[in-house]
Design a protein around this ligand. Structure first.
Ligand SMILES: [Zn+2]
Length: 176
């Protein structure tokens, strides 16, 4: 009896595999929280190329790294919000910025719990944690566990991936 069941099932599995060789089970989509799908920005490489400068494109879309001390943001002291240069999402507040001495803008925390996503990066024979914009997947830099209090994290970010929106200067309003 069991033999019949086995023989009956086998062709079905083969048929499914043959029909959908590359398809992803739709289950996984239902299981996900939907967080990553909501408001996610997806553009083609060509579209990003048209929107960004060559250096911005190289760093954010090709996982490049700017030279240390090459971008003025590494010593920027203005207060404001550092936004994603690709999509404008708020990524890091100047309140969490600190001078790491590395030559890259450094922060001890992202602007929000869902501002950035973290990914295992094993390139260049190192094991690092890559940081991306959660909204458009722009490569931003890496996070290391040797940062200051209160988090102990050091988000080492390429200045070219950021766009500082300074706080509105107080006292500019001329009201009578
Ligand atoms: Zn972005």
């Amino acid at each position: 009896m069991p033999l019949f069941v086995a023989a009956d099932r086998l062709p079905i599995f083969i048929q499914i595999n043959a029909d959908q060789p590359e398809s992803v089970p739709s289950m996984s989509k239902a299981e996900s929280t939907g967080k990553s799908d909501s408001g996610k920005i997806e553009m083609s490489e060509q579209e990003w190329r048209g929107k960004l400068t060559p250096e911005q494109f190289y760093v954010t879309r090709k996982h490049g790294t700017e030279r240390a001390f090459s971008h003025p943001y590494h010593e920027e002291k203005s207060t404001g919000m550092y936004r994603c240069v690709c999509c404008g999402a708020p990524l890091f507040s100047s309140e969490t910025k600190f001078d790491s001495g590395t030559g890259w803008p450094s922060f001890y925390a992202p602007a929000g719990d869902e501002a950035v996503s973290e990914h295992d990066d094993r390139s260049f024979f190192m094991r690092r944690t890559e940081v991306r914009c959660a909204k458009c997947d722009a490569h931003l830099g890496h996070v290391f566990p040797d940062g200051p209090k209160p988090t102990g994290a050091r988000y080492c970010i390429n200045g070219v991936a950021l766009d500082l929106e300074p706080d509105a200067s107080p006292g500019d309003k001329s009201s009578e």
